[in-house]
Design a binder for this molecule. Structure first.
Ligand code: SF4
Length: 326
């Protein structure tokens, strides 16, 4: 990968900031600080589809998306939300006394229904015992104003609310390669309308998209920092079995980043992020059964340690290469 724009050094580096000794502003630490308790996400399946699968926008889905609608944790679509929540809590096996939960709609497009249907789904989720928050994952082209108005109401009610939007990249050529069926303008528009309603937005991005240079990825970091974004989930491009990306990978048409390459790139990326953007995730998260490549994606702790060591070696942290005043 060619680093063809490394000249964008800081004229006045931001002061090095540490968050609980970490070189980045971690969402997990933010939850500890806010609630003084362990906060766990309960993955829920609302039983909704996706316009990029049902023919409205496309019928093949995104190139990297598997049967599970890009969920890193599974929840049975056949169970009611109440049953899904109980099963997920049982899986954590924790005392209710010192634990809180976020109802997390991750798989597929969780705003792809009429607003009254969505209200029933979200209301059922937040009514569960111990639920302190609501996370809703969706596409940027599936957020009409009335849906955003509904979602904003949960923030006003005091829930830990996050709207997760699949941005992936700020480059339309990359979005086209991945068959996303939307443009970056859709993301800009959705983020702006959500933030205007006080909704905290977390964008998902992928590093290592075929065809993207190092400079392209850094442009995405700069673009995120220029938008009213409150959080980011960073993923490496990984190949999930039974996807179209798998076919391309097996035919040698795409490559994935090596571990050291990813660690270096993700540090470069975070150095360009605003310091008040919470980092929800540092790498993609998949089960061993569904993952084809790269194998290092299964060693989450090792990768996170390597990222922190790289920051320590550089003496930098999140926001170090931001030019603007925070
Ligand atoms: S928008 Fe999400 S659920 Fe739909 S095909 Fe793409 S990754 Fe899968």
């Amino acid at each position: 990968m060619k680093k063809n724009a490394r000249s964008e050094g800081p004229s006045r580096p931001s002061p090095l900031k540490k968050w609980h000794g970490k070189p980045y502003n971690s969402f997990g630490d933010y939850l500890w600080d806010t609630y003084g308790a362990r906060v766990l996400k309960l993955p829920l399946n609302a039983g909704l589809s996706c316009p990029n699968r049902d023919g409205s926008v496309g019928s093949r889905g995104c190139v990297f998306c598997g049967e599970d609608g890009s969920a890193s944790s599974s929840a049975a679509a056949g169970d009611t939300l109440t049953v899904q929540m109980r099963k997920a809590k049982d899986g954590f096996n924790r005392s209710e006394r010192d634990t809180r939960y976020i109802a997390y709609f991750q798989a597929f497009t969780n705003t792809y229904a009429p607003v009254q249907t969505l209200k029933k789904i979200y209301d059922t989720a937040i009514a569960g015992p111990g639920i302190t928050g609501l996370m809703i994952g969706t596409r940027p082209d599936c957020l009409p104003d009335e849906t955003l108005d509904l979602i904003a109401g949960y923030k006003r009610e005091g829930f830990e609310l996050w709207l997760e939007i699949g941005m992936q990249s700020c480059h339309d050529a990359s979005l086209a390669f991945m068959d996303r069926g939307h443009t970056h303008n859709d993301t800009r528009d959705a983020v702006t309308r959500a933030a205007a309603r006080g909704i905290p937005v977390c964008v998902h991005v992928i590093l290592g998209i075929p065809g993207e240079t190092w400079a392209d990825m850094m442009e995405t970091a700069v673009e995120i920092s220029s938008l009213p974004v409150s959080g980011v989930k960073i993923h490496h491009l990984h190949v999930i079995k039974s996807t179209r990306l798998e076919e391309l990978y097996l035919r040698g048409m795409v490559r994935v980043l090596g571990l050291r390459e990813y660690v270096s790139t993700v540090c470069d990326f975070i150095e360009r992020l605003r310091v008040n953007i919470l980092i929800h995730r540092l790498l993609g998260d998949r089960s061993a059964e569904s993952l084809l490549a790269p194998p290092w994606g299964l060693r989450k702790g090792t990768v996170i340690r390597a990222i922190e060591e790289e920051f320590s070696r550089r003496g930098t942290a999140q926001g170090f290469l931001r030019r603007e005043k925070e």
